[in-house]
Every structure is written in structure tokens, then in C-alpha cells.
Ligand binder design. Structure first.
Ligand code: 5GP
Length: 176
């Protein structure tokens, strides 16, 4: 496993993003931060602990249809509980890859009447993009590699690593 983003670099960047978000939403009294389960949880918790603006939180969970169905079709497995209409929504995601997940969710939030919608993504694999999604707050641009840690999994493992790493595929397939 090769460390791609060290713990100290994550901490520093998360604090910088939070300062930017705090500044931009200083006038908002209806900020709703929505995380995309499960991968964004570590990032979201660390980010929100820095924020001073009043906010509420909620979660989406999605999964992609694979195999023979339409590529890029995204299914909402868990919807948000709180109303979105009239809110300033900050969507918090671990990684933007093809962009299909975020494209679907951003469209849904706008359709439901959010006052504003912005996206905060820790990692951006822009070279893998299939649909364009505007990232308002971006942690790190990374290469088109499969990464784990800090919320991101491989087969539900490695989420609790305190850094982002590139998985050694030989070890992963051997199940070690
Ligand atoms: P997209 O719809 O942008 O292709 O995919 C977004 C989702 O795919 C992410 O929320 C994440 O769950 C998953 N994903 C994309 N790239 C990676 C990666 O490198 N590592 C892990 N663990 N998940 C990824």
C-alpha cells in the first residue's frame, strides 16, 4: 500500500477548506450539509468540526447500477430526511470519479428547490470524468488510481486508515 495523501496533509487541507466554507456561508442561516454515505463520513466529520456557521446535517446513500443496465445510472438507496427547499445545500463527497453520482444528486437537489447547491469533494479524479460536475471546494486532485482510506473502502475494508493510500492490487486480490 502506497500512501498518497498523508494524515498531516489531510488535516491541513480540511482546515483550509473549512475556513473557505465558513467565510462563504457567513451570512447564511440555513446551511444544510449533506454527506454521501459511506465514504464521505470521515471527511465530513473532520470538516464540520472546524465550521462555526450554524448548520444541520443529513445523508444520501447511492449505488450505481452495473452490468447490463445503462452505464452511469445511479440509484438512491437512502434519501435525505430533512426538507431541502429554501436551504443552502453543501454536498460533501469523498471522491468524484466519473461524475455520475454527483451529477444525479446535484440535479435532484436543484429539482427539490434548494436555494443554492455547492459541492465539496475531498478528491478529484478529473481524468476519469464522463459528465462534468462543478466542484466548488476541492481537497486534492489525484491520478486515475483506486484509492482507499479516510472513509474510502475496498470491499468495505480500509475505511479507518487515517491517510489516503493506493491499494496494492496483488495484496487486495489475495485477501491479505
Ligand atoms: P462516480 O459516480 O463519480 O464515478 O463515483 C463516485 C463514487 O465511486 C465515490 O463516492 C466512491 O464511492 C466510488 N469511487 C470512485 N473512485 C474510487 C476510488 O478510487 N476508491 C474508492 N474506494 N471508491 C471510489
Amino acid at each position: 500500500m502506497r500512501v498518497l495523501v498523508k494524515r498531516e496533509d489531510l488535516d491541513k487541507r480540511v482546515a483550509e477548506l473549512a475556513a473557505e466554507i465558513d467565510r462563504d456561508y457567513a451570512e447564511s442561516d440555513c446551511l444544510l450539509c449533506i454527506g454521501v454515505l459511506k465514504g464521505s463520513v470521515f471527511f465530513m466529520v473532520d470538516l464540520l468540526k472546524h465550521l462555526k456557521v450554524p448548520l444541520s446535517i443529513d445523508f444520501f446513500q447511492t449505488s450505481s447500477y452495473g452490468g447490463s443496465t445503462t452505464p452511469g445510472e445511479v440509484r438512491i438507496r437512502k434519501d435525505v430526511d430533512l426538507p431541502v427547499r429554501g436551504k443552502d445545500v453543501l454536498l460533501i463527497e469523498d471522491i468524484v470519479d466519473t461524475g455520475h453520482t454527483l451529477n444525479t444528486i446535484l440535479g435532484l437537489l436543484r429539482f427539490r428547490g434548494a436555494r443554492s447547491v455547492r459541492l465539496c469533494a475531498l478528491l478529484d479524479k478529473s481524468s476519469a470524468r464522463e459528465v462534468e460536475v462543478p466542484i466548488d471546494y476541492r481537497g486534492f486532485e489525484i491520478e486515475n488510481l483506486f484509492v482507499v482510506g479516510y472513509g474510502l473502502d475496498f470491499d468495505e475494508r480500509y475505511r479507518n486508515l487515517p491517510y489516503i493510500a493506493v491499494l496494492d492490487e496483488t495484496n487486495a486480490s489475495a485477501g491479505s
